[in-house]
Every structure is written in structure tokens, then in C-alpha cells.
Design a protein around this ligand. Structure first.
Ligand SMILES: *[C@@H]1O[C@H](CO)[C@@H](O)[C@H](O)[C@H]1NC(C)=O
Ligand SMILES: *[C@@H]1O[C@H](CO)[C@@H](O)[C@H](O)[C@H]1NC(C)=O
Ligand SMILES: *[C@@H]1O[C@H](CO)[C@@H](O)[C@H](O)[C@H]1NC(C)=O
Ligand SMILES: *[C@@H]1O[C@H](CO)[C@@H](O)[C@H](O)[C@H]1NC(C)=O
Ligand SMILES: *[C@@H]1O[C@H](CO)[C@@H](O)[C@H](O)[C@H]1NC(C)=O
Ligand SMILES: *[C@@H]1O[C@H](CO)[C@@H](O)[C@H](O)[C@H]1NC(C)=O
Length: 318
């Protein structure tokens, strides 16, 4: 599925019918006095930048990102012990907008996720819409992304997918949106997901729900890609967010990720500012087979004098 996620102010505009009334985000949300951060930095991953450091980047480097306005999951990376994907269909657009308007303070910004743990909720909630979801909400403007407009089902052949292997709920364009709910603990993500039916009533129906979790025990911290590599190696350093640039990492302008920011050269509606696009894919991965293949095809280099294991690791990294 392809989704677009919008900034917190824009979400307010969407629910209010794009009339230009900004929401005051993060008000009247229950605060739970966390003692530990909601996000978990897994072994081997770089630390999250602190809020002060991101704010300082503006002063020192002139790259300002409005961290209050950006949904928290977009830039923070894979740092969730537990995450629920709650895919929904909108039955009644007006009732949904009305419920969403009061729910918006729960939509968690980047500022909250990198801020003081005592001000963080038990679980973060982010939200994104598919093209058919936007149309259902009465939004017909072109977001300037052909793949998003067509949807991933139309793109399946190009992606090399066998459509008979697609799970039924993802076929077609029935899914209008997704809640992404993450936390350091599955009891919290479950609580927030289980509350959605009572908060949104019959305005939406759950189409599909995936409860995902980091692997337990000694495997904790090695699951980020199923092949055992620490996740984030392929993550670019986004100017205005990254406070540390790791060896080999490319610094990219914010517009590579965020709509209508420097580096985004596509023409999009003004209200797309600070939103982004997301692809959701459910893949089966053959891990032992992959490991065997890298051994069989291990890089051999006389100058480096690699062992077969080292050569296999290099092949896998490539
Ligand atoms: C998750 O965070 C809460 C609140 O800070 C904390 O009490 C709890 O111990 C954490 N859970 C785990 C599994 O780390
Ligand atoms: C960015 O920093 C400059 C000073 O370097 C300051 O004048 C400006 O208000 C800052 N912008 C924001 C949005 O904080
Ligand atoms: C935010 O989510 C929590 C957990 O589902 C819920 O208890 C609370 O009522 C929600 N707040 C708003 C303002 O909707
Ligand atoms: C600092 O700003 C420049 C452009 O003004 C940009 O190219 C560079 O990537 C930024 N660096 C960081 C760490 O944000
Ligand atoms: C956007 O435009 C700038 C300036 O023309 C160019 O340097 C950059 O490569 C473009 N970025 C993309 C993603 O096309
Ligand atoms: C290459 O590796 C072998 C086995 O580890 C070692 O005995 C040998 O000294 C190494 N040769 C060079 C040139 O590093």
C-alpha cells in the first residue's frame, strides 16, 4: 500500500475541511509521566538527536525543521519495541473528521518523541492516508506522485509481485488509511489500538491489523532487518535533523523526505508541507537461504586476504 502522511497542522485542516484553522497540537492529551523514553535505541544504532540539538541546528547550520509539525515516526527510524499497524476503511467521512478533530492531540510529533520522556504518551500514534482515502475525505488535489495516486495494487506487476500471493485486504483500494501505533511495550500499543473502535465508532472499520514486535531475548536488537544487520545503515542523514553523520552516510536536504522542503522539486499543494510518502510492504524473506547464497558467492580479494565468512559478510552488505 502507498500512503501519504501529513503534518499536524495539515491534519487539523483536513478535519476542518481545509478552512485554514490551525490546531494547537499536543493539548489535552493524557500525559503519563514516563520514566523511560518511548523510543528505544537498539544496540549498534546511533543515538537519537536531542530536541535541543535539533533546535540548535537551526542556529548553527541554518536548517530549520518544525519538529512540532512533523509526525514523529517519519525521521526517528526503527526504534520501536512494539508497533501496531491498524488499517481502516472510512465509512462516514463527516463523522470521521469530527472524531479525528478531537483525536488530533494524540497524533505524536517529532518534538514529543525526541523530547523529555516525562512529556511523552505511553504510545505514539501517527496516521497516513491512501489516495482512495483522500478522495473519500473529499480531497482531490494532485499530490504530485503518480505511484501514490495509482496505489500499490496497480503497481504490483512492476514491483515483480505475484498478485495471487497478495493478502486479500490489500488488493484494490479498499484501505483508506492506517494508524501507526508504537511504544516500548506491547501492552501500551494494544491499549491505544483497542481504543480506536470506541473513539471512532462506526465512522471507520478496521480492515486489517498487524501486531509487530522486536524479537525477544538474546535476539533483541538483531531483528531490524531480518538478515541480522542493524537497521539504519541505509538511512540518510537528513539535514536539520541529523546531529551526527556516520561514516558512509549521505547528508540529504530535508525535501528528500519531507514535501515542499528544500530539495523537493515536485509541485505539490501548499498544505502538503512537512508531509511524506510511505510504502507498506509485507514480504517473506528466506533468511537461511540468503545466508547460504552469500557464503557460496563470498567476495574473494587477495589484497584484503578475506576469510570466507568475511567475504560473505561483504557480499551481504553489497
Ligand atoms: C516502558 O516504559 C514505561 C514507562 O516509562 C516503563 O515503566 C516500562 O518499564 C518500560 N517497559 C519496558 C519493557 O522497558
Ligand atoms: C533560527 O535561528 C535564527 C538565528 O540563527 C533565529 O533568528 C530564528 O528565529 C530561528 N528560527 C526558528 C524557527 O527557530
Ligand atoms: C488519546 O488516546 C488515548 C489512548 O487510546 C485515549 O485514552 C485518549 O482519550 C485519547 N485522547 C484524545 C484527546 O482523543
Ligand atoms: C548544514 O546546512 C547545509 C546547507 O546550508 C547542508 O548542506 C548540510 O547538509 C547541513 N548539515 C547538517 C548536519 O544538517
Ligand atoms: C532539485 O533541484 C536542485 C536544483 O536544481 C538539484 O540540484 C537537485 O538535484 C534536485 N533534486 C532532485 C531530487 O531532483
Ligand atoms: C592471510 O590470512 C592467513 C590466515 O588468517 C594468514 O595466515 C596470513 O598471514 C594472511 N596473509 C596476509 C598477507 O595478511
Amino acid at each position: 500500500m502507498y500512503f501519504a502522511s501529513f503534518s499536524l497542522v495539515t491534519l487539523g485542516l483536513l478535519t476542518l475541511g481545509l478552512r485554514g484553522v490551525a490546531v494547537s497540537a499536543q493539548n489535552n492529551v493524557k500525559r503519563h509521566s514516563r520514566s523511560t523514553p518511548l523510543l528505544t535505541v537498539f544496540p549498534g544504532q546511533g543515538a537519537l538527536p536531542a530536541l535541543e540539538d535539533i533546535v540548535n541546528l537551526n542556529a548553527t547550520n541554518g536548517t530549520f525543521l518544525p519538529v512540532d509539525n512533523i509526525q514523529g515516526d517519519i525521521l526517528s527510524g526503527m526504534k520501536k519495541v512494539s508497533e501496531i499497524f491498524y488499517f481502516f476503511h472510512i465509512n462516514d467521512a463527516l463523522a470521521f473528521k469530527s472524531a479525528m478533530q478531537s483525536y488530533i492531540p494524540n497524533i505524536t510529533s517529532l518534538a514529543t518523541l525526541v523530547g523529555d520522556p516525562s512529556s511523552q504518551p505511553l504510545a505514539f500514534v501517527n496516521i497516513a492516508f491512501s489516495q482512495s482515502g483522500l478522495i473519500k475525505l473529499g480531497i482531490h488535489e494532485d499530490l504530485g506522485d503518480a505511484q501514490f495516486s495509482e496505489g500499490q495494487f496497480a503497481d504490483a506487476a512492476y514491483l515483480g509481485d505475484d498478485i495471487s500471493q497478495w493478502e486479500a485486504p490489500f488488493k484494490g483500494t479498499n484501505i483508506h488509511g492506517v494508524f501507526l501505533i508504537g511504544s516500548n511495550q506491547s501492552a501500551y500499543t494494544a491499549e491505544y489500538a483497542d481504543d480506536i473502535p470506541s473513539i471512532f465508532g462506526s465512522s471507520i472499520s478496521q480492515v486489517y491489523r498487524i501486531d509487530a514486535a522486536a524479537r525477544p531475548g538474546s535476539e533483541f536488537g538483531h531483528e531490524h532487518t531480518d538478515f541480522g544487520f542493524v537497521d539504519g545503515l541505509a538511512q540518510p542523514a537528513v539535514a536539520g535533523f541529523a546531529t551526527t553523520v556516520y561514516p558512509g552516510q549521505t547528508v540529504v536536504p530535508p525535501g528528500i523526505i519531507l514535501c515542499n522542503r528544500p530539495g523537493d522539486n515536485v509541485s505539490r499543494p501548499r498544505w502538503a508541507l512537512d508531509g511524506t510518502f510511505m510504502a507498506f510492504r509485507k514480504l517473506q524473506q528466506k533468511v537461511p537461504e540468503f545466508n547460504q547464497w552469500t557464503l557460496d558467492n563470498a567476495v574473494q580479494d587477495r589484497a584484503l586476504n578475506l576469510t570466507q565468512q568475511e567475504g560473505a559478510a561483504l557480499m551481504a552488505a553489497a
